[in-house]
Design a protein. Structure first.
Length: 361
């Protein structure tokens, strides 16, 4: 693929954000949950998760490392494209990033969102945030979101290798009969049902990734491991149905079924977010220890060179498309490559319509 990013003259990494110090935790959580009706006791509980790690989220340092890796990849490939970073919920905020981009002369930027799947919270809400930031910044650059990459080989293949490595970490006595638990962030059932242009895309996309990883594990090992999709990080009001089963509940059930080992694979996360280091490495690992199940956690894609290279691939692919050039669109598994522009009505906001960039509506 030619190393031509025209018409884009910058890349914007769009992420969730996280506190950098203890005094940031409560204001950050208030930003995250504003208007969502999250019970105060749940905020206090989640706040304690951050305080266990010094009041600092790992996500910001991970984004810095990822940006440095992408910049190095771009430079080594002859791409003279600056990389900017803006967050939904904490500094650096999106509007501040757009001001800097404008002042640097950026006219049109491609946006990579650190959420690989379709859902309101994982896509449209970011598009709403981008629309808000553009409205706030005079003469802001034009922004286009790069496509969902849940089934791009640059994301999936590192997860296959990470799963194999985690299986190897289990003891010989339990490895062959271990269960693989593919984990993602739970969302309200209604949000899943309205995700994507036809509904149900969030779960369908995750299941496609899980099935592809499972099949590649079978091809590599000659053994079909029992595997399933489970969820973590439920945060809504108790009366609102969210996707289940919870990873902790499932580990307890497997223990009662005499399963001796589990491998937890965080396919819903691109790096070791708080949901990974607390919900999985801390809470799920403690559950497994309590019920006597051997536990291993697969690594996230993080700064794996194949995942980093995927960013370049997506940027060049979209650039070519904008110039009217057809190029291959890499995808693995049962789902086709995702759309460049979100279809009308895709992943609607359940609280009412708001302006959103990078879509037909």
């Amino acid at each position: 693929m030619p190393a031509d990013t025209t018409p884009y003259d910058a890349l914007l990494l769009v992420s969730f954000g996280g506190p950098e110090r203890p005094e940031d935790v409560v204001p950050f959580l208030e930003n995250v949950t504003r208007g969502r009706g999250i019970p105060p006791e749940r905020l206090e509980e989640v706040g304690e998760h951050y305080f266990l790690f010094g009041g600092k989220s790992p996500i910001n340092d991970q984004n810095r490392a990822f940006i440095a890796a992408v910049e190095e990849d771009f430079a080594s490939s002859g791409l003279d494209v600056p990389v900017y970073w803006g967050n939904r919920n904490w500094d650096p905020y999106l509007a501040d990033a757009l001001r800097q981009m404008r002042d640097d002369g950026v006219r049109r930027a491609a946006c990579l969102v650190t959420s690989a799947y379709s859902s309101y919270s994982g896509c449209r809400q970011y598009r709403e945030n981008l629309a808000d930031a553009v409205a706030e910044v005079e003469a802001a650059p034009t922004l286009d979101r790069l496509r969902h990459y849940f089934n791009h080989p640059g994301f999936v293949v590192p997860m296959v290798d990470a799963t194999l490595a985690a299986l190897a970490d289990l003891g010989d006595a339990v490895r062959h009969d271990a269960h693989i638990l593919f984990v993602t962030h739970s969302i309200p059932v209604a949000m899943n049902e309205s995700s994507g242009p036809d509904g149900g895309a969030y779960v369908a996309q995750h299941r496609s990734v899980a099935e592809e990883i499972g099949e590649r594990i079978r091809q590599e090992t000659g053994h079909r491991y029992a595997a399933e999709l489970v969820f973590c990080s439920r945060s809504g009001p108790p009366h609102v149905p969210w996707l289940e089963p919870d990873v902790n509940d499932r580990i307890e059930e497997l223990a009662r079924e005499a399963v001796g080992g589990v491998v937890v694979v965080p396919i819903g996360f691109v790096s070791d977010h708080m949901e990974v280091i607390y919900d999985l490495d801390t809470e799920a690992a403690a559950t497994a220890e309590k019920v006597g199940v051997e536990f291993a956690r697969a690594a996230t894609a993080g700064v794996d060179p194949r995942f980093v290279r995927m960013v370049r691939d997506l940027l060049l692919e979209r650039s070519a498309h904008e110039r009217g050039v057809d190029v291959p669109r890499a995808a693995v598994g049962s789902q086709p490559p995702s759309w460049d522009v979100c279809p009308r009505g895709c992943c609607p906001n359940g609280r009412g319509d708001r302006p959103a960039l990078c879509g037909q509506d």
